[in-house]
Design a protein around this ligand. Structure first.
Ligand SMILES: C[S@@+](CC[C@H](N)C(=O)[O-])C[C@H]1O[C@@H](n2cnc3c(N)ncnc32)[C@H](O)[C@@H]1O
Ligand code: SF4
Length: 412
């Protein structure tokens, strides 16, 4: 099953944005996301908008379709501001030939010192590709490691072997990447404490300066979901995932990696992913490619999911947007709370949030010293129960944002 797009209003064919959305464009940080919707095989847990061989989706011409959408962005925005961050995600971007990725990056104007991230699967990059990406301006490589335990990789349907991610991280360093990140998943069926410890030891061996670690979620429509529904695999256990989180946080801190968002740890301020920071702070970004989400000045839109539909529209000079919405003040306040509470800097509280915040601090979920300054900062236990805290602080009737997880095809 494909991922679902949010409901919304129809988007105009020319992609035009209202004047209020364009006001101040370029004075706020601006990011570009490029979704690359191809994978060598589909992992059983993944519901991202991606296509595997045999599904009739061609990879050639893909970069031209993305650059055609960029031309549309130039017209709609009256000039795309130089991007402070670019994130090429997927899918598996490194399934495109390196020269195509180089051509893509050359077509996306960036501000001096821009952060440029490329996502890669450990078995889809070699030393030559990495050098070519670095020379083309990529500054970060994000590798999907998930686990160092062979049987967990099998359960997750990953195509790589346990040592591949560490080897790829070393190759990235050798190619000149100072910023290398590993994605981990914990709490997969059959994962034991020693498997998670081995994964954390592999992070140490890889010597990376950033880690994203997510509890496994069972997404409707995935193979994992079907296995769990018919009892072939157990549902991930929340208590066990909480234990993994505590252990992971302590091990990463011992490596000098500090949390800066609930699921993200970095060795320094420079090692943090500034692009994802733009999503969490509701900055402006344009998402290029099928299923990509964008947000400019309070207007959010999302592209058609299928790569052929996207290419048809973009090449024809028409907007590939499937729908859009203008965020209300209520939605913006809600998102500010739901996303802001997850950050290390904490959430500056509104007066109405004082009472629930006091109750959360009494329960040990918020830091009392930060609260005294009017900031909601999650404790370790608060990070584990972040949804409870977010719900308690949410202003007005709760309506979740359409972007589900950092790294989805907004790329958010
Ligand atoms: C969609 S992938 C794209 C990058 C690359 N294709 C890869 O697999 O590494 C981004 C990350 O999302 C995380 N992810 C995807 N689906 C997930 C799920 N159901 N539960 C937890 N993490 C998930 C994985 O850690 C993955 O590395
Ligand atoms: S997790 Fe990554 S490699 Fe696996 S199907 Fe999803 S996007 Fe592709």
């Amino acid at each position: 099953m494909s991922p679902r797009l949010p409901d919304g209003e129809p988007a105009p064919a020319d992609g035009a944005l209202p004047a209020h959305a364009l006001a101040g464009l370029g004075t706020r940080p601006f990011g570009l996301y490029v979704h690359v919707p191809f994978c060598a095989s589909r992992c059983g847990y993944c519901d991202f908008n991606t296509y595997v061989p045999g599904e009739g989706v061609r990879r050639d011409g893909y970069v031209d379709a993305v650059l055609a959408e960029f031309d549309l962005a130039e017209r709609v925005l009256g000039g795309v501001p130089p991007a402070a961050t670019v994130f090429v995600g997927g899918g598996t971007p490194t399934l495109l030939p390196a020269e195509e990725l180089v051509r893509l990056l050359a077509g996306l104007p960036r501000a001096p010192g821009a952060e440029v991230t490329v996502e890669a699967n450990p078995d889809s990059v070699d030393a030559d590709d990495l050098r070519a990406l670095r020379a083309a301006g990529a500054t970060r490589l994000s590798l999907g490691m998930q686990s160092a335990a062979g049987h967990v990789l099998v359960t997750l349907d990953r195509s790589h072997t346990p040592g591949a991610a560490v080897a790829a991280a070393h190759a990235a360093r050798d190619a000149g990447f100072t910023h290398v990140s590993l994605d981990l998943i914990h709490g997969a069926p059959g994962e034991r404490d020693e498997d998670w410890d081995a994964t954390l030891a592999a992070v140490a061996e890889a010597g990376v300066d950033h880690v994203s670690a997510y509890p496994l979620t069972v997404e409707p429509g995935t193979r994992l979901h079907a296995h769990v529904r018919r009892g072939a695999l157990p549902e991930p256990d929340a208590d066990l995932q909480a234990r993994r989180y505590r252990r992971g946080d302590a091990a990463l801190a011992a490596l000098g990696l500090e949390w800066y968002e609930i699921c993200n740890w970095a060795a320094s301020a420079e090692a943090r992913c500034a692009h994802n920071g733009g999503y969490w702070r509701s900055h402006d970004w344009w998402g290029l490619g099928p299923g990509a989400h964008s947000h400019i000045g309070g207007v959010r839109w999302w592209n058609v999911l299928h790569p052929e539909r996207h290419a048809e529209r973009a090449r024809g000079g028409r907007s590939p947007a499937a729908g859009r919405e203008r965020l209300t003040d209520g939605q913006r306040a809600l998102e500010r709370t739901l996303l802001g509470i997850r950050l290390r800097e904490g959430l500056a509280l509104e007066p109405a949030q004082g009472e629930p915040a006091g109750a959360l601090a009494a329960d040990g979920l918020l830091d009392p010293a930060a609260l005294a300054r009017g900031v909601a900062l999650l404790t370790l236990e608060g990070r584990i129960a972040a949804d409870t805290a977010a719900l308690a602080l949410a202003p007005g009737p709760l309506r979740p944002p359409s972007a589900r997880r950092a790294g989805t095809s907004s790329g958010a």
